[in-house]
Design a protein around this ligand. Structure first.
Ligand SMILES: Nc1ncnc2c1ncn2[C@@H]1O[C@H](COP(=O)(O)OP(=O)(O)O)[C@@H](O)[C@H]1O
Ligand SMILES: [Mg+2]
Length: 352
């Protein structure tokens, strides 16, 4: 029998998107083939401590993975060598890490940088793409430099609001005020009058000191997914989101999921094609690896305006990324196999 690949699935995390990660992790765990993989399940609590756990996907989803038998983990690092041990010093062997983490400290390049520095195989984008993808301002600037349209925006430090006010107010209302490095719509406010600016900035500043404000785009939200395979990049179907509220906020995404996602989106071929080309271009300029979901707006006059890239998109069985790839004939199981193969292939090229 083939030796099983030891995959360490990381979930939870010290991030605003801790709960979102629990759902993604349950989705990933249900789809990982137990014949092919030995799963090492590592829960990261909200403080950032790592625990070895044998919680079930349902317990993880319900945030009931904190169990007395969980073992606290320590990671010891030395150049080209890393050791993961339990508190009782039992070493844990891992072939590849699979971070199923969203937001800061998991999707923003910090963890990826550690993996790269110590030559630890891991799934998904590296330090550079993760950092650029998490920072909406850097990502907008990069896209703009490559001729990709973004909505007019300003970025500033929350302490600089008064200094920058007149410049900011040159933007046309309504605007979206966001933490530069955030996700799942947390800390985002749509403002329709400048008197709302201060409270919107205060809400964003709870999540990041860097704030992005951009003009609201009138249109629909569309997206496309990319997966790296041994044969090259594979694109998923283009999808479209129908909203029942003002924007795709946390409630719409995870609480009252009224927003309907049409996948594939019934769009003219040339629009879907343009969206796909844009996804590839954004993949390339952000130096992505493994996977990415690219989110854009489609305006009434059929312009595609870039919104953001997600280097660790939502991963439940009904999330947009697996649905888009499903339409391209790639099942959730195949996505995970491809991501793990790719991570191992990439790390085999590293020199110690
Ligand atoms: N410039 C904009 N114009 C219109 N809607 C926007 C704009 N920016 C954000 N939104 C709405 O807010 C949602 C969340 O914003 P987004 O930038 O995607 O942040 P997150 O990383 O939290 O998903 C989007 O899906 C969209 O519904
Ligand atoms: Mg988004």
């Amino acid at each position: 029998m083939m030796k099983k690949i030891k995959v360490a699935v990381l979930f939870g995390g010290c991030s605003d998107e801790y709960s979102v990660s629990l759902h993604s992790a349950a989705g990933v765990l249900r789809a990982l083939d137990p014949q092919r993989y030995e799963i090492i399940l590592i829960g990261i609590d909200r403080k950032g401590d790592w625990f070895l756990t044998s919680a079930s996907p349902a317990e993880i989803e319900a945030d009931q993975w904190h169990q007395p038998e969980n073992q606290r983990l320590q990671l010891t690092l030395a150049r080209s060598r890393f050791e993961l041990k339990t508190a009782s010093n039992a070493p844990i062997d891992v072939d590849v890490f699979f971070p199923v983490l969203h937001g800061r400290n998991g999707e923003d390049g910090s963890l990826q940088g550690m993996f790269e520095l110590f030559h630890i195989p891991f799934v998904g984008c590296g330090l550079d793409a993760s950092l650029l993808g998490m920072d909406k301002a850097l990502s907008h600037q990069l896209a703009q430099q490559h001729g990709i349209e973004v909505s007019p925006f300003q970025v500033f430090n929350s302490a600089e609001l008064d200094q920058k006010r007149s410049q900011i107010q040159r933007l046309k209302l309504p605007c979206f005020v966001k933490p530069a490095r955030g996700g799942s719509s947390i800390g985002i406010t749509k403002i329709t009058a400048w008197k709302e600016l201060d409270s919107a900035c205060a809400a964003a500043a709870k999540h990041d000191s860097r704030i992005l404000i951009e003009e609201a785009v009138v249109g629909e939200e569309i997206g496309c997914s990319v997966l790296e395979t041994a044969e090259g990049l594979v694109l998923g179907a283009v999808d479209r989101i129908h909203l029942n509220s003002d924007f795709f906020d946390y409630e719409e995404k995870y609480v009252d999921t009224h927003a309907e996602v049409e996948c594939p989106a019934p769009l003219p071929d040339f629009i879907s094609e343009q969206m796909r080309r844009m996804a590839l271009k954004l993949w390339e300029i952000h130096h992505c690896h493994g996977l990415v979901r690219v989110d854009c707006f489609l305006t009434g006059d059929q312009r595609i305006v870039f919104n953001e890239i997600n280097t660790l998109p939502g991963m439940t069985a009904t999330s947009r990324y697996p649905r888009m790839m499903g339409q391209a004939g790639i099942t959730f199981e195949m996505i995970l196999d491809t991501l793990i193969d790719e991570a191992l292939r990439r790390s085999a090229k590293w020199t110690a």
